[in-house]
Design a protein. Structure first.
Length: 242
């Protein structure tokens, strides 16, 4: 049995450890070198890093019995491409979804554009914890150079995106972050913008820190999707593997 896994920075690690422990030949694809480091070395698991288009995904899926999409819940484009590749190659596709915390923000918006629009005429410094992929959208906020403080991964790709966007107040750090870390990083900010990233994304620690600091919390709504938790996917693989 051969399994192809597309993983976020941390979501797919537990699943890949399970596959490794059960002697299942696995190829796991991550987008960045950081994702590769997080995955680590595992027996029976080959790790590929780099962003893939639909045709490249199809080529990898050709030899797989099951394709598992464990990418970030907000990474909609890659999920779309994986689904399409599986349909084209008639491969079984399983979407692994994170548990979602109870949303505890002051304002829920559908996108970073909506958050930026809301914050445009507000006063006060803004802490951005939504990653570097759409960091340029915060430049729509009046006075963003002085008002926006971002925390992104300490990678060259993230640094380049922040430089190109002109975001100057940036904390380049690697997770996980505890409540105390967040309180230190949020210091002096009136607003927090974050995604509903679940337990694995440190959501609870961000919310608790922001509440203690009296910040207004703006949450980017998680895209609606169906799928299976990691335990159900393990069960399905076990049944198929015999």
């Amino acid at each position: 049995m051969k399994v192809l896994v597309f993983s976020g920075t941390g979501d797919g690690r537990e699943l890949c450890e399970f596959l490794s422990d059960n002697g299942i030949e696995t190829t796991v694809c991550v987008a960045t070198e950081y994702g590769k480091e997080i995955m680590g070395e595992m027996k029976n698991v080959k790790i590929c890093s780099g962003r893939l288009d639909e045709k490249e995904i199809e080529a990898l899926a050709e030899n797989a019995d099951i394709v598992i999409d464990a990418t970030h819940p907000y990474a909609r484009n890659i999920t779309k491409n994986i689904k399409s590749a599986c349909e084209n190659k008639n491969k079984e596709y399983l979407r692994m979804v994170r548990d979602e915390n109870e949303v505890m923000g002051d304002l829920i918006v559908k996108s970073i554009d909506d958050a930026a629009s809301y914050l445009n005429d507000k006063d006060g410094k803004i802490f951005v914890s939504t990653g570097s992929s759409e960091i340029n959208k915060y430049t729509l906020i009046n006075g963003y150079k002085e008002r926006v403080r971002a925390r992104v991964l300490d990678t060259e790709e993230a640094r380049d995106k922040c430089r190109r966007a002109g975001i100057e107040d940036v904390l380049y750090k690697m997770p996980p972050y505890c409540e105390k870390d967040n309180m230190n990083d949020f210091s002096g900010c009136r607003f927090l913008v974050t995604k509903s990233s679940g337990k694995v994304g440190g959501f609870d620690e961000k919310i608790s820190a922001a509440k203690k600091l009296g910040m207004e919390i703006i949450i980017i709504e998680r895209p609606k999707e169906s799928g299976y938790g990691v335990d159900e996917i393990k069960r399905r693989i076990t049944e198929k593997n015999g």
